[in-house]
Design a protein around this ligand. Structure first.
Ligand SMILES: [Zn+2]
Ligand SMILES: [Zn+2]
Length: 435
């Protein structure tokens, strides 16, 4: 199916792939949020399904899971000169320079960290791999988590249009953080693709070898987790190098900065705002490498395209539970003004039950007209997503329905928001609770 896109009006589409990728057209600009798996070949999907999109003003990667980041490096290489900006997770700041310059040294350190964890697993490793049956697992008490401000303590931010940040229409050139600029200036010092691939393969061999020697379930899980980390490294490296090679201005959005201040900063004024991140990440800190790489999807970047009378409001939830603290109960959303028009939200973590609290956060903050879901496995969506009867639920990929992914989304005819004339296309969710 190829969408015949009306010339005017905003729209949000979930692309018909196995991973997750959304295309937003707003005020005539195009934004791609995530790029599916590598095998989803997102550039081909765009060519076949949304033929009249020739330029992506912003490409965002919300986090390092392979179903979100995998397809982006190849897209940047194919869309040379046709991507305006790239927005990336700030936590990668701590790994990109070495991964780009000296991948062998980087991977050696990562494998050394694996050996140390196998010998004496740290609290951090337990918290990322989760509980293991039959093992005496000493879990973190959680008491080291700093108290979070309560929703009522957070002063709501100002009106949408008073927001700070850069304007998408301005002529001013974006200033990148110095560390990234330094990589660009010395592009010839970056390791080429062959060197990076060889270093990665060697690290993968070593981790596989260790995994085969291991006996306990805990150790095997740790080694398996390291194999996932290597995949993330590959995607991060490829994406950062593609941004440099193709001269794409790149902006960094740091989740930890938001956690400390509870104030999201940056983005494109009135157009697309970070919800749980501060633009321009802090300088590198000294921590174990693997901690910067963990695929903590609960730290996925969340962005909001604020609704106005003429513009479609969209909350891109990625894999986030939309809150943090104990059981993710402290919502990120009250830090934003409350939208007085209904919004469209992408289903948090593909509708997974682990993110069920996100729906409570969402409904407390805004009226949600449509939940647009895509990606995920047969474990998703869960019963909480399926019981969202107050919203239209669209599902580009119903993992239990046995159908091929289908282009799905909503379209807002220009200048006619009231009374909510959203046009839905694609598929209503046909997933059911039972497998
Ligand atoms: Zn995901
Ligand atoms: Zn479905």
């Amino acid at each position: 199916m190829t969408a015949v896109l009306p010339k005017l009006g905003d729209m949000l589409l979930a692309l018909p792939i196995n991973g997750e990728s959304f295309l937003l057209r707003r005020a005539g600009k195009n934004v791609l949020v995530d790029g599916g798996y590598k095998r989803d070949k997102i550039a081909d999907v765009l060519k076949h399904h949304v033929r009249d999109v020739h330029y992506l003003d912003i490409v965002i990667c919300t986090h390092g899971d392979s179903d979100h980041v995998g397809g982006l490096p190849a897209l940047l290489d194919e869309w040379v000169g046709r991507v305006g900006q790239l927005w990336l997770p700030g936590r990668w700041v701590n790994v990109v320079p070495q991964l780009a310059r000296d991948p062998a040294k980087f991977y050696n350190q990562l494998v050394r960290e694996l050996d140390a964890e196998l010998k004496n697993p740290s609290e951090e490793v337990f918290s990322v791999i989760g509980a293991v049956d039959g093992e005496e697992v000493k879990r973190g008490s959680g008491q080291d988590i700093a108290p979070r401000p309560q929703a009522s303590d957070v002063e709501p931010a100002g009106e949408w249009h008073d927001g700070h940040g850069w304007s998408l229409d301005s002529e001013e050139t974006l200033s990148e953080p110095e560390w990234f600029h330094a990589l660009r200036r010395a592009e010839e010092d970056l390791a080429n693709d062959d060197i990076a691939t060889r270093a990665l393969k060697s690290a993968r061999r070593r981790v596989n070898y260790r995994q085969k020697q291991l006996v306990s379930e805990l150790e095997i899980r740790i080694a398996r987790y390291w194999l996932d980390l290597l995949k993330t490294c590959e995607a991060i490296r490829n994406l950062a190098v593609a941004a440099i090679r193709n001269r794409i201005p790149t902006r960094w959005f740091d989740f930890e900065g938001f956690e400390k201040t509870r104030q999201a900063v940056g983005g494109a004024r009135g157009f697309l705002l970070p919800v749980n991140a501060v633009e321009q990440a802090a300088p590198p800190t000294i921590r174990a490498l693997f901690l910067h790489l963990t695929q903590i999807n609960r730290e996925s970047l969340v962005f909001l395209a604020p609704p106005t009378n003429e513009r479609l409001g969209v909350l891109f939830c990625a894999d986030s539970p939309l809150g943090n603290g104990p059981d993710f109960s402290c919502s990120f959303l009250p830090t934003l003004p409350m939208p007085w028009l209904p919004i469209v939200a992408t289903a948090p973590h593909h509708g997974s039950e682990t993110n069920k609290i996100a729906y409570a956060h969402l409904h407390k903050w805004a009226r949600v007209a449509v939940l647009l879901r895509t990606g995920g496995s047969t474990k998703q969506p869960g019963s909480t997503f399926l019981s969202q009867h107050s919203c239209l639920r669209l599902c580009a990929k119903c993992p239990r329905g046995g159908h091929a992914p289908m282009l799905s989304g909503v379209f807002l005819p220009h200048r006619h928001w009231h009374p909510l004339p959203l046009i839905a296309l694609g598929r209503r969710c046909a997933c059911s609770v039972s497998i």
